[in-house]
Write a protein that binds this ligand. Structure first.
Ligand code: GRF
Length: 198
């Protein structure tokens, strides 16, 4: 069975959704370790709920970027992680880590890439961009992580979130989040089937 590693900065509702599906057997995987760049992030509580180890590892604990990347890497390796999932990780992932985990690191983006992605395009800014462009539909993209923001090959996409005239960035974020939870679990299953070799 494959082991999942997570990187998250916030409340961790995507981590929660994925670990729930692991527990009920919908995904053939289990949680290995959760890393957050914030000591007080809600995702640590999610980790406790599911009895998965969680660690606070942040760039400012290290004198160099390489030492930071090495600690992230060794934490995943020591916890026998096969696949890393970025789930609302709001910091730049060190390029060294991305290279080491090529093909084994996924990110979720709350819009239909290649639209509304790239540097600085995160959180409510994504939904603001969707509204400003007058898009009638939005959704979710799960893609492999490479060194360009939101540009890696797409593994799974789920549209169909209709944008209403009354929507605000906040209401859109809420609607998209529900789809994120469904889509991320499907993407993980797809990765296991196609790429895990297990
Ligand atoms: C999600 O909207 C995700 O797409 C974005 O950050 C949010 C994380 O939410 N990048 P959560 O911490 O999983 O609840």
């Amino acid at each position: 069975m494959i082991q999942l590693g997570f990187m998250a900065s916030g409340r961790g509702s995507n981590v929660h959704a994925i670990l729930s599906e692991c527990l009920d057997g919908t995904i053939d995987a289990r949680g290995g370790v959760i890393i957050s760049n914030h000591a007080d992030a809600g995702v640590h509580l999610v980790a406790d709920d599911f009895d998965v180890p969680s660690v606070h590892i942040a760039r400012d604990q290290f004198s160099t970027g390489d030492a930071f990347a090495a600690k992230l890497h060794s934490t995943f390796v020591e916890n026998n992680v096969d696949l890393i999932l970025l789930a609302g990780y709001m910091r730049k992932v060190p390029p060294m880590l991305i290279r080491a985990w090529q093909g084994k690191m996924l990110n979720i983006h709350p819009a239909l890439l290649p639209k509304h992605g790239g540097k600085g395009m995160y959180g409510l800014k994504v939904h603001e961009a969707v509204l400003n462009c007058g898009d009638s539909e939005t959704g979710v993209t799960i893609h492999f992580v490479d060194e360009e923001y939101d540009r890696g090959p797409i593994l799974f996409q789920h549209g169909g979130v209709m944008v209403e005239k009354s929507d605000t960035p906040e209401t859109l974020a809420e609607k998209v989040l529900k789809v994120e939870h469904l889509a991320y679990t499907k993407a993980v299953s797809r990765w296991i089937e196609r790429y895990s070799g297990k």
